[in-house]
Design a protein around this ligand. Sequence first.
Ligand SMILES: Cc1cc2nc3c(=O)[nH]c(=O)nc-3n(C[C@H](O)[C@H](O)[C@H](O)COP(=O)(O)OP(=O)(O)OC[C@H]3O[C@@H](n4cnc5c(N)ncnc54)[C@H](O)[C@@H]3O)c2cc1C
Length: 452
Amino acid sequence: MSHHYDIAVVGAGIVGIATAYYLKKLSPALSVVLVDSSQPMALTSAQSGENYRNWWPHPVMTAFTDRSIDLMQELAVDTNNLINMNRRGYVLSTRSSDIDTLMSELEHGYSQLDGNSIRVHSNAGSATYRKPVSQSWSDAPSGVDVLQNQTLIRETFPSYDTEIKTVVHIRRAGAISGQQMGQLMLDRFKHVGGVLLSAQVDGITAEQGFTLQTDQADTAITAGRLVNAAGPFINDIAQMLGTSLPVTNSLQQKIAFEDTAKVIPRQMPFSIDLDAQQIDWTEEERQLLAGTEHSWLTKEMPGAIHCRPDGGDNGSWLKLGWAFNDANAKPTRLPELMDEFPEIVLRGAARLNPALKAYYGQLPRAMHHYGGFYTLTDENWPLIGAMDVPGSYVAGAMSGFGTMAACAAGDLCARVMLEDGVPAYAHALSPQRYRDQGLMNEVKALSQRGIL
Ligand SMILES: Cc1cc2nc3c(=O)[nH]c(=O)nc-3n(C[C@H](O)[C@H](O)[C@H](O)COP(=O)(O)OP(=O)(O)OC[C@H]3O[C@@H](n4cnc5c(N)ncnc54)[C@H](O)[C@@H]3O)c2cc1C
């Protein structure tokens, strides 16, 4: 059987699905096929922590994720919140009261928002700080609250280390169900005539459109245009086209477990410990580690470890993550996880939430340890737009933000392809940005990349 489509999208993770969905939404008459070798949403998209935020070191990424949050809110409104969107915010905490650098990063990242978007609270009884009591996204505040009063911090975040002196509370942030969101867009895509095809793409010929060679001998797919949304394998697809993309892959892991000892308040927002730390090993453990290939675990580790309650106010699970691994790796479909990671992330997270020490050496048996690849560019911005083979596009390099940014990525890729209402950030997120030396110098000068 031979099928011809206007557009073939390779990869039915959250990004490929969103791209196919917005292509059909913007131009219903297009014939679009979504091709994946396995089940939709089963690779990286199944490993996501499902958190979202509009906090970034550069206003381009703030605008891009703000657009995505707008689109997710549209889906939530449309479906009576089938995507389980909530919004208690992201809390960045530090033991430092000198926050000049943090403030200038916030001001830069939010520079396109109105002047009242960053509010500093130095009094215990601040009348303007809204505590994250409700999980509802629809009545949550916007902007950022900076808390610099330890009484206010203790009262609002009673489980935190008492040494925390500053809390930055990002308000347009929370969690969604990425799986529900992917399924919703996929169902809608199919409902309007979009085609989902199960096939492994093994080769591509780019001649008068694209011919996909697949493992399905009886199915030949040709398409006028092609979107590469193959997640960790975007470079494999690029190479089939005779080109390449400037991305690397690094394995990141998480754990989830039931908080049987109820040590974390269910109302605690997604909480990040910004400070570098030495992991809380006993002296004996430290000595044992020192003589092994894991001796690096006894040295100073980077900050940005995170913890959040999972499953809503009536749930009982926690998720912990720490994206400390920056080693480049060749991506595989079944990544090899580090056996020690659960205890490492637990000890690291116990610095901000000391009551987690109750689980040292005894995480619940049903603990879930999982991981996948962050596919990323040096500057940790995505690649969305035309590749250098005419008619081919990429929507990828979504690092640790692909769930939250999928809608904006799909919408952007579709708008670029259809030349319809292309947003101002399109150039900055396209593969063509590397030719813009001014922009690249600006991005390289940023003190952090927003990797969590
Ligand atoms: C541990 C972890 C935690 C994360 N937490 C968050 C978070 O809290 N918030 C957030 O926003 N993001 C998070 N992310 C990032 C997010 O999960 C990813 O950015 C996103 O899932 C990437 O989606 P994708 O569609 O690009 O890739 P994938 O989901 O990997 O989809 C790519 C698809 O392409 C298919 N494919 C590849 N090659 C071929 C081929 N040759 N032929 C056919 N099909 C092919 C694959 O089978 C796959 O289904 C996290 C990621 C990890 C690893």
